[in-house]
Design a protein around this ligand. Structure first.
Ligand code: AMP
Ligand code: MN
Ligand code: MN
Ligand code: MN
Length: 297
């Protein structure tokens, strides 16, 4: 794929003022739009640098890249890898890696393994509280059965009127201690960062405000992430409050990490923040795209 220049990037005095959206999902994981429709939506919303970051899967990268190129929308490859850290599921975003890297493709395949069995167990848990056939119901929503996720169960429970919206489903059924929650052992932090770095990409801690870690656990996450070669953290994301923008801007500086910006858009009906609709990255931070200028296509 020939490299495209990123005109908006080259023109700006401060590269922080760039409408980059480096986190979203398509039907290849748990989003509801195709990569092509997402590219069109990103372009229409004024996004100037885009990455599609499907969960644990890079099978949509060539489609996303081709669609972005058709719209002259500068693109970085992306993914969001599920890992287990301190007993919780944490997400690591990878950006600007080689989409054909075999170790990464195989590593992601191994981390996807087990989602099917977990989904069956989730369905058994839901059956115990009177919700029947949830596995089949969720599967209908999964564009890619290998990536069946809690989001697909949430859509099924909204469809059948058990809950009003997906947040209510997560609150009542799909989080720790609730009937449809099944803990799962994902990849390790070291593996996920290693796959990304070895494929010439940059690893980013996704939405750190979401994990409910203690200060000590969070410190350990940032420290180990850096030790494994991680270089950035999401500061401005659809999953953070304005107070969290400030908190993680400070942590980015404390840990000498670059900062990323991404909506985490999944669906026009479910997502709070649309593609390209976030505040700018705080001026004192190094944007992650400064580390990736040569990887923009
Ligand atoms: P899984 O990988 O199967 O554990 O599913 C995780 C996905 O569920 C995340 O990527 C989000 O898209 C979604 N999710 C997690 N927590 C919530 C929540 N509280 N409300 C809505 N969606 C959520
Ligand atoms: Mn998701
Ligand atoms: Mn996530
Ligand atoms: Mn995400």
């Amino acid at each position: 794929m020939p490299a495209l220049p990123c005109p908006a990037y080259n023109k700006r005095v401060s590269t922080n003022i760039l409408n980059a959206d480096l986190h979203c999902h398509s039907v290849i994981s748990d989003g509801t739009l195709t990569p092509e429709v997402l590219a069109a939506r990103a372009k229409a919303n004024g996004v100037e640098l885009w990455a599609l970051t499907d969960h644990d899967e890079i099978g949509g990268q060539h489609r996303a890249m081709a669609a972005a190129q058709a719209f002259q929308l500068p693109y970085l490859t992306g993914t969001e890898i599920s890992i287990t850290f301190a007993g919780k599921t944490v997400h690591i975003v990878g950006l600007g890696f080689d989409a054909d890297n075999t170790d990464m493709v195989q590593g992601l395949r191994s981390t996807r393994g087990g989602r099917g069995e977990r989904a069956q167990e989730m369905s058994d848990g839901l059956a115990k509280v009177g919700i029947r056939d949830a596995y089949q119901g969720a599967l209908k929503y999964a564009g890619n059965p290998e990536l069946i996720s809690r989001t697909h169960f949430a859509r099924f429970l909204v469809e059948t009127g058990v809950c009003q919206d997906t947040s209510e489903v997560f609150r009542r059924y799909l989080t720790e201690g609730k009937p449809g929650f099944v803990p799962h052992r994902w990849a390790s932090l070291k593996d996920a960062v290693g796959w990304i770095v070895n494929a010439h990409g940059v690893a980013v801690i996704a939405h750190p405000g979401r994990y409910g870690f203690t200060a000590n656990e969070e410190y350990a996450l940032f420290t180990e992430f850096k030790a494994h070669g991680g270089r950035a953290v999401e500061v401005v994301t659809g999953s953070h409050t304005p107070d969290e923008y400030v908190k993680y801007a400070d942590m980015a500086q404390e840990f000498d990490l670059a900062a990323s910006r991404g909506s985490d858009f999944h669906s026009p009906d479910e997502s709070r923040i649309d593609l390209g609709a976030l505040p700018w990255l705080p001026g004192q931070l190094t944007p992650v795209w400064d580390l990736l200028a040569e990887r923009i296509q």
